[in-house]
Design a protein around this ligand. Structure first.
Ligand SMILES: [Zn+2]
Length: 541
């Protein structure tokens, strides 16, 4: 009997030593394809009506996610509520049929939709630009770190600027100027509109080119002609240009021809450092009417509070919204959004459940966040970083996902926006353990890093990771997977055919959930704040 005490201590010591990894393994094992299938089938079912913001579909998905979070025992992410109100305004613009142009004594007028699209973010019913001078501002970029200022020496106040899409690195053959073919934030249309407004321009038009934009003119048109949702502004967006828009490459070529300029040579020249933008001997007129209606949508967030550092948080995210009910395809009008973004919601719910099953809970808090309005321009996540539940300086990382495919297990872990932050080193450690390799996004020129919710966090200084297996099937290799992805994009992306089918293999999504569960757990038990890498456009300053 006298040995009882030491024996118990020895046993409990052995238990504690082995406990941690066993505990984690058990929690990780709760992530299964069966659970993923159940979640996706529900979230992408017709009952959810395509999960469009501000419709009955929103009510269904909010109720469902709340029930799941409550079942897991997770706490509300916004005070005593799981929901955060996101006030939106829906804007419908009707532009004039023509944009009239006087240039070099000629009239190379443009036709709405065929040659140009315009819209206005301003909350004003009537917009009219009358014979406003045009300025060619190169790529419309002010980037001190690349010693580039396309607005230097130009006075664009009260004028309309014409700018090129993407950034000067594209096709320049120089990977050190900007990031070569990898699009930087300066290449995004969102940036170009913001910069033109900062410079005091009345209007901004981007010259469209398919490879440089990453999508064809038809995508520009469908985006521009539909009504748009924005966050409800305090100032009516009077700090934006009155007119924003795009013109086709052909229209731009004709316009420059009347100035005795060749567009191709201009583009080549504009890619070089030291290019000097110029005022054109041209003026344009266009007008539009706008209608507005205020709407309310919601973000949802649940939290597993940290045991010792509750105020520090790792935020997993996946947008809940999709396109609702729209133009029918083969008689089906419900845009179920099973891959976009049902699989990711399932991925996040499975990670959430794994965390709640840990006996030894993490030191930092873990949040599970489903923002609204991603498809409308990252609205929910933009609103969240303006009104965060956790101090952004204490927000360690955002682990976001989108478009997780169903073609089984992958050898790769594709990182969108590769090279941004040290989070990639964490990812590599656990990818190695799964016998997988890190693959930078093979199409970095499309700037996908700036087109997902991790970008809202990145802009606010929080490193964002967007990673999933996508390119190299363990069973069938890269060629096969490349074809499958291409086929999926052509047949299903943003179409009613993006729906759950029984032949799906979600084992790859399960593996990604296990991987990113491990990454988040490591971050949650550390003191470190992963930093941005040198050359990233973002920083905590
Ligand atoms: Zn998506």
């Amino acid at each position: 009997m006298k040995y009882t005490f030491p024996l118990i201590s020895l046993l409990s010591w052995m238990f504690l030593a082995g406990c941690s990894s066993h505990d984690v393994q058990q929690a990780e094992n709760s992530i299964t394809t069966t659970d993923l299938v159940r979640q996706v089938k529900t979230l992408a079912s017709d009952a959810f009506m395509g999960r469009k913001p501000c419709t009955a579909g929103e009510d269904s998905v909010m109720a469902y996610l709340k029930r799941e979070f409550t079942r897991m025992g997770l706490k509300p992410g916004f005070g005593d509520s799981y929901f955060q109100e996101v006030p939106l305004v829906e804007v419908t613009c009707q532009p004039s049929e023509r944009m009239t142009i006087v240039s070099g004594g000629q009239h190379p007028d443009l036709k709405y939709i065929d040659d140009f699209v315009v819209f206005s973010k301003r909350i004003q019913e009537n917009t009219s630009l009358d014979k406003v001078p045009l300025v060619f501002a190169g790529f419309g970029i002010v980037a001190p770190e690349y010693n580039r200022n396309d607005y230097a020496g130009l006075d664009v106040k009260g004028k309309v600027v014409l700018v090129l899409v993407n950034d000067p690195g594209y096709d320049s053959g120089d990977s050190t100027y900007f990031k070569g073919n990898t699009m930087t934030y300066y290449g995004r249309w969102t940036y170009k509109y913001e910069e033109a407004a900062r410079q005091g321009a009345r209007g901004v038009l981007i010259v469209h080119e398919t490879p440089q934009a990453g999508y064809p003119w038809s995508v520009v048109v469908s985006g521009a002609t539909a009504s748009k949702f924005y966050l409800q502004p305090n100032n009516g967006y009077l700090d934006r240009c009155e007119v924003e828009g795009w013109i086709t490459r052909d229209a731009a070529a004709k316009l420059f021809a009347t100035q005795n300029q060749n567009l191709d040579s201009l583009i080549v020249a504009a890619r070089k450092p030291g290019f000097i933008p110029f005022e054109m001997n041209a003026a344009m007129s266009v007008s539009m009417t706008s209608e507005f209606s205020n709407k309310l949508s919601h973000n949802i967030m649940a939290v597993l509070p940290g045991t010792t550092r509750q105020e520090e948080v790792i935020i997993y995210s996946g947008h809940w919204d999709h396109f609702g009910v729209g133009t029918p395809l083969n008689g089906d009008s419900i845009y179920n959004g099973a891959v976009d973004n049902g699989t990711t919601l399932a991925w996040m719910l499975e990670i959430a459940e794994a965390f709640t099953l840990l006996k030894e809970k993490p030191e930092r808090s873990i949040a599970f966040f489903a923002p609204t309005g991603e498809e409308q321009g990252l609205l929910g996540s933009a609103w969240y970083v303006e009104h965060p539940s956790f101090d952004l300086s204490k927000t360690v990382a955002n682990i976001n996902n989108d478009l997780m495919l169903y073609f089984g297990r992958m050898k790769d872990v594709m990182v969108t926006g590769y090279g941004q932050s040290e989070l990639e080193d964490y990812l590599k450690e656990f990818a190695d353990q799964q016998d997988r390799y890190i693959l930078p996004d093979p199409n970095p020129e499309t700037g996908m890093y700036f087109r997902g919710d991790q970008f809202s966090f990145a802009k606010a200084g929080v490193p964002g990771l967007y990673a999933r297996g996508n390119c190299d099937s363990r069973a069938h290799g890269r060629e096969w997977m490349h074809l499958k992805e291409k086929e999926w994009l052509a047949g299903n992306y943003h179409k009613p055919t993006d729906q759950y089918e029984d032949y799906w293999d979600l084992s790859g999504v399960a593996e990604d959930a296990r991987l990113l569960f491990r990454v988040g757990l490591k971050l949650a038990n550390e003191k470190a704040f992963p930093a941005w890498k040198a050359g990233s456009e973002f920083s905590r300053e």
